[in-house]
Design a binder for this molecule. Structure first.
Ligand code: F6P
Length: 532
């Protein structure tokens, strides 16, 4: 059995640091151009974590603000909440679950020790963790062996991942990021929407005898995924496909439902892995098939290195904590309501979609862990595009629009192609944008006036590898945990998505029957038009 958390959160707005920050916001106007007259600023506000250098120096803070923010982290009990998560306590209180995606990236040796009841440097081998560790290890070995078999199976040329949300975004984002390391033999397709356009287009590109369908769903009940899975199976059989057992594989916590669906090859994981935190689990099978067991393990190792950093680095230099504090500073004191993510690497072109779910589904909440109304604003809106494209689209608004929107640049030093000239130009643009946002230009009141002093963060990776990708994603996970913990949120439930699912079931019936009783005028009229 796991424990319930014994750490009680102090509401962030009740802490002395909150009042200090209110005062600092009212009295300190940070002008970045001025701030950089200090030659120490970059050294003062850039922090190294495994595989990632975080340059926070172009943000609207100074030493006093940074110190008050660090006090906020301590006063809201962030270290205690972090420890509770790594002890396997039931930190997801509304669902009565532990939160242990970090266990999935522990190396084999650590998992063996834990399962034998021996603590590691970081993790206590409670009865619960020991039991889970052995299962993690067994599933990992089975899944990676299966991935290697598929990679060597000359008959399989296409893998179709059917899943949505956390069962799609992580694998898809990581597959695209690691494509240079991926098998050329296998083509990957990701089907998420219930819009039949997606799966029917995939059907035109595949053959039943050379395709492996992965049905990825934590719950194995999600409408979109189950509809696509049924359609895929019907198509497979109608096309003369034989041996469903060989051509369908399920990735789920609900192994019973997978069996009832007729899938005998299943890789499981536990309810202590949130969907949006699940790419390290069996949900990562498409990544493992694409890049192979060694690269998959390297991705886990990069994430594990970031776990260590998050656990042990002092708050003042702890990169996930510093990013989270900045998020709070901007959201609650500056009232900046969104953050734009700008990956300057085409391999990271699904990163912003991934981060949208990670952050907004985790921290888009109005109540605290006890379900009481929060008095403070929470998650900003996360949005963006691979930035070279964004520059020629919406960056106008970032430079001259009426809202200040902090930008997070993700920059990779070494290219994974040989076109050096392209890469130099790409890097030049990344540097140019953060500098232009900060510097601005001209006198007030002309069309060419850019106010400047617009904040940005740059996350710098030496190269995009399985290790650095793992570290980057774990960094973002811990940042979301840290801001959620300081706000007092349960970052691991998502009750807000349930109502839409219930109403969709009702609407599906009504679309069949035409029944509009009890509906509002708009929905009733639209429904009738859709049926006519
Ligand atoms: O509806 C939201 C959600 O539950 C997400 O949290 C999750 O990632 C997604 O749907 C898919 O869920 P599942 O993996 O259970 O199919």
């Amino acid at each position: 059995m796991t424990n319930t958390p014994n750490s009680r959160h102090t509401s962030c707005d009740q802490t002395p640091a909150w009042a200090e920050l209110q005062h600092l916001h009212a009295t300190h106007r940070v002008d970045l151009r001025q701030a950089f007259t200090s030659t120490q600023r970059f050294a003062q506000f850039s922090f190294a974590a495994p595989y990632v250098l975080a340059d926070l120096s172009k943000n609207l803070m100074d030493a006093d603000i940074a110190q008050a923010l660090n006090r906020l982290a301590a006063q809201t009990g962030l270290p205690e909440q972090r420890a509770a998560m790594f002890r396997g306590e039931l930190v997801n209180r509304s669902e009565g679950r532990a939160v242990m995606h970090w266990l999935l990236r522990q190396p084999d040796d650590a998992l063996k020790n834990l399962s034998a009841g021996k603590r590691t440097a970081d993790i206590a081998a409670t009865e619960f963790i020991a039991k889970e560790a052995i299962e993690v290890l067994q599933t990992r070995h089975a899944m990676l062996a299966y991935a290697e078999r598929i990679r060597q199976d000359q008959q399989i040329t296409d893998v179709v991942n059917i899943g949505i949300g956390g069962s799609d975004l992580g694998p898809q984002m990581a597959y695209l990021a690691l494509k240079p390391q991926a098998s050329r033999k296998i083509k990957f397709h990701f089907v998420s929407s219930v819009d039949g356009t997606e799966i029917s287009q995939v059907f035109t590109q595949i053959k039943p005898e050379t395709t492996l369908f992965l049905v990825a769903s934590k719950s194995f009940t999600t409408l979109e995924t189950m509809t696509n899975a049924r359609t895929a199976k019907a198509w497979f059989l109608a096309q003369g496909g034989r041996d469903v057992a060989r051509h369908f594989c399920a990735l789920t916590t609900n192994t019973k439902a997978a069996a009832e669906f007729g899938i005998s090859t299943t890789f499981g994981f536990k309810d202590w892995v949130g969907g949006r935190y699940s790419m390290w689990s069996a949900i990562g099978l498409p990544i493992a098939i694409a890049v192979g067991a060694d690269h998959f393990m390297n991705m886990l190792a990069g994430a594990c290195a970031m776990d260590q950093h998050f656990l042990h680095e002092p708050l003042a230099t702890n990169v996930p904590v510093q990013l989270a504090l900045l998020d709070i500073w901007y959201r609650n004191f500056h009232d900046f309501r969104s953050r734009s993510v700008a990956p300057y690497h085409s391999g990271l072109r699904r990163m912003q979609a991934y981060l949208q779910q990670l952050e907004m589904e985790s921290n888009g909440k109005q109540v605290d862990q006890e379900g009481r109304a929060l008095k403070v604003a929470t998650s900003p809106v996360i949005w963006g595009e691979p930035a070279a494209n964004g520059q020629h689209a919406y960056f106008q608004l970032l430079h001259q629009g009426s809202d200040v929107i902090p930008v997070e640049f993700i920059v990779v030093k070494a290219p994974n192609h040989g076109l050096a000239d392209h890469h130099t130009k790409l890097l030049a643009n990344a540097l140019a944008q953060s500098r232009a946002l900060m510097m601005g230009q001209g006198d007030k009141n002309g069309h060419r006036y850019l106010p400047g002093n617009r904040p940005s963060t740059t996350l710098l990776l030496d190269e995009l590898t399985p290790q650095s990708l793992g570290a980057l994603v774990a960094l973002q996970e811990h940042r979301v945990f840290a801001s959620g913990a300081m706000w007092g949120i349960n970052s691991f439930d998502q009750w807000g998505v349930e109502l839409g699912k219930v109403i969709a079931n009702d609407m599906e019936q009504r679309l069949h029957t035409g029944q509009t009783d009890g509906l509002d005028g708009s929905t009733a009229a639209l429904l009738q038009k859709l049926r006519s």
